[in-house]
Design a protein around this ligand. Structure first.
Ligand code: FPP
Length: 261
């Protein structure tokens, strides 16, 4: 996607010293960056605060990451906000998160409009509280015609459930006679995932040092490069994103093939 060089240079002025915009090749950016935002609770606890404060600080990191990806001209940014397993958290924290998602979307919608960001959700929104679902649906409607970066927020998302759902949709089409079982291939499945139509992530970033996928985009991440940083999500900023991209660009991507000499 196109980017504004002047706005980008301003965005990355006054760097920390070890990394700068010159360290990334703008012609080889990942088209889809995916993030497992982890460590909000630990960030808050380390400061003697309750976990919700970590989630609130995490929203600031998400906003900075969205703006940075827009400035860089990234096509798709996806972020794991709430998993199908996260309902097991204390009810107070779940309630707080659902309310935070709703207020965040209301607060950030003007930014998405200004930056031409198209919002999509990955996950089953039916199970969300009405307030959150309605705000999400409004966000979808208000950004549907946008042509800039796609922001895919995974909320009540689980990759195994997503793949099982795609199988149900395939089975229903086969039963209805509109799909021949022999023609069910990878694209038939991929086209029935929540990410249908989006390119697969090329770079997966996970914060807080955990070396797990946690049921996130298992199908789509097949060939993604992983970047795991010990930085907790509320401390993740534009410079850490540049480090991740520079690391990605230093990898040799073979997609199962051989190194060409
Ligand atoms: C993981 O930290 C983070 C989350 C469960 C929530 C992240 C959500 C946001 C930053 C807001 C997203 C906004 C919208 C509109 C969807 P953790 O609690 O697992 O941290 P811990 O591992 O230290 O306990």
């Amino acid at each position: 996607m196109r980017y504004d060089a002047d706005a980008l240079a301003r965005h990355f002025a006054d760097g920390p010293g070890d990394i700068s915009l010159a360290d990334v090749d703008m012609a080889r950016l990942p088209s889809h960056i995916s993030i497992i935002m982890d460590g909000n609770g630990r960030w808050a606890e380390a400061r003697g605060m309750e976990r919700p404060y970590g989630h609130m600080a995490g929203v600031d990191s998400l906003r900075e990451t969205i703006t940075t990806c827009v400035r860089l001209g990234i096509d798709v940014l996806s972020a794991y906000a709430f998993s199908t397993e996260n309902w097991k958290r204390p009810q107070r924290e779940v309630d707080m998160l659902m309310h935070l998602f709703a207020t965040t979307l209301v607060n950030e919608l003007p930014l998405f409009v200004q930056e031409n960001v198209r919002l999509v959700f990955l996950g089953d929104l039916e199970a969300l509280p009405r307030e959150t679902r309605e705000v999400f649906e409004e966000g979808l409607a208000k950004t549907a015609s946008h042509t800039g970066m796609v922001l895919a927020l995974a909320v009540n998302y689980g990759s195994r459930a997503e793949i099982a759902r795609a199988c149900r949709l395939v089975a229903a089409d086969v039963a209805a006679g509109v799909l021949d079982p022999g023609s069910v291939d990878e694209s038939a499945v991929a086209g029935r995932l929540y990410t249908a139509g989006l390119p697969d992530p090329e770079l997966l970033i996970r914060t807080s040092g955990e070396l797990r996928l946690s049921n996130f985009l298992l199908w789509q991440l097949a060939y993604a490069e992983f970047y795991v940083t010990p930085v907790l999500w509320p401390d993740f900023d534009r410079w850490e994103l540049l480090r991740a991209i520079a690391s990605f660009q230093g990898r040799e991507r073979r997609f199962g093939g051989v190194v060409r000499g």
